[in-house]
Design a protein around this ligand. Structure first.
Ligand SMILES: Nc1ncnc2c1ncn2[C@@H]1O[C@H](COP(=O)(O)OP(=O)(O)O)[C@@H](O)[C@H]1O
Ligand SMILES: N[C@@H](CCOP(=O)(O)O)C(=O)O
Length: 317
């Protein structure tokens, strides 16, 4: 279970007295989170999720609160920070920044098919269209500069095969850093893996965990999703699921010619980013029990496959 900061019933009851949500009925730590401490909370008024933020700066939280307010008002199925009686969205509990949000229905899809991918693609495009014109700004702490630095450092402590792979990827990262292509921008979720999306059957009921959100290339978000949602059994991409996701997206927001040109690179950048962050997390938490460690080798294998990208972006004729 990934609860890094425990919360007692008495502490939670005291916290809830600040809200208008009735008395605490039950609560439990959520297994499965990798970054923050989450608790499912049931009160007389309903079901909520309490999150204690374990990583990242407190100054960035108002960005996430505003983003979720904006998306909630636009009708997207996202959680948002509940205000206490004083109208406060951000709180502190046991030394951590704390947020209380409604619990969304649905669960993470076990087996993903093309229909899930199509729905996800459509929702991702809606997220981008709803945010492209907003003034919401945040830089990523896992951007190209970070990738260049971390990839060089990993290269120095890797086996030969990984050194060669990183040696191919680093010039591409440098080219993108230097060129700064004029790709369409929006606020990205930037971590929309299967464990951050909820479905009831084939109906998408929730996008959660916006802690990595930032303003950047919309196509990068698409690449992150394809790398996870269209992953084939044997590491490469499942063409049917990848095409369904891209078609769902393109039905809501059209891709540009420049996006089509840079698509293979963006798929690689998106895989590199999670290889690096998983590798760092695996090294940092090695030997610790109770922390969910995700496999970095999986993205390394995907990058070998991405030497040849066979799924192209659909362009309107
Ligand atoms: N608003 C929510 N509604 C329903 N379930 C949620 C909500 N927020 C979190 N969860 C559950 O908690 C789990 C961990 O949340 P997440 O935000 O992904 O944690 P972390 O930031 O630690 O990765 C999710 O996989 C989901 O099952
Ligand atoms: N979903 C990611 C974990 C989130 O990335 P981080 O950089 O915020 O740790 C994964 O599956 O690796």
């Amino acid at each position: 279970m990934s609860v890094f900061t425990p919360v007692s019933a008495a502490e939670l009851e005291a916290f809830l007295r600040g809200f208008d949500l009735g008395r605490l009925i039950d609560y439990s730590g959520v297994a499965g989170g990798a970054e923050n401490s989450n608790f499912f909370v049931t009160t007389e008024r309903g079901e909520y999720v309490l999150t204690l933020i374990e990583r990242g700066s407190v100054e960035e939280l108002p960005f996430m609160v505003s983003l979720l307010d904006h998306l909630h008002q636009a009708g997207l199925p996202v959680p948002y920070a509940l205000r206490d009686r004083q109208g406060q969205a951000l709180h502190r509990l046991n030394g951590r920044p704390a947020l209380l949000q409604p619990r969304l229905p649905g669960c993470h899809p076990g087996e993903v098919d093309a229909s899930h991918c199509h729905a996800l693609g459509q929702m991702l495009a809606r997220l981008h269209l709803e945010t492209e014109g907003t003034g919401l700004q945040r830089r990523s702490d896992r951007g190209l500069d970070w990738m260049a630095e971390q990839a060089s450092a990993l290269q120095a402590r890797s086996d030969e095969e990984a050194r060669i792979l990183l040696g191919e990827l680093l010039p591409m990262v440098e080219r993108l850093r230097a060129r700064r292509p004029a790709l369409p921008e929006a606020v990205l979720h930037a971590d929309l893996f299967r464990d951050n999306v909820l479905f009831e059957g084939h109906h998408l009921t929730g996008l959660i965990d916006f802690h990595n959100a930032f303003r950047g290339w919309a196509l990068y978000d698409v690449a992150i999703c394809v790398n996870d949602w269209a992953l084939a059994e044997q590491d490469g991409l499942d063409v049917r699921r990848a095409e369904a996701l891209l078609a769902g997206y393109a039905a809501v927001r059209r891709f540009t010619a420049l996006e089509a040109e840079l698509w293979p690179d963006l798929l690689r950048v998106a895989a590199l980013r999670f290889w690096l962050s998983r590798q760092l997390a695996a090294e940092q938490h090695a030997g610790q029990s109770g922390v969910l460690i995700k496999d970095p080798q999986h993205f390394r294998a995907l990058l070998v496959h991405h030497r040849q990208v066979t799924v192209g972006l659909p362009l309107a004729l």
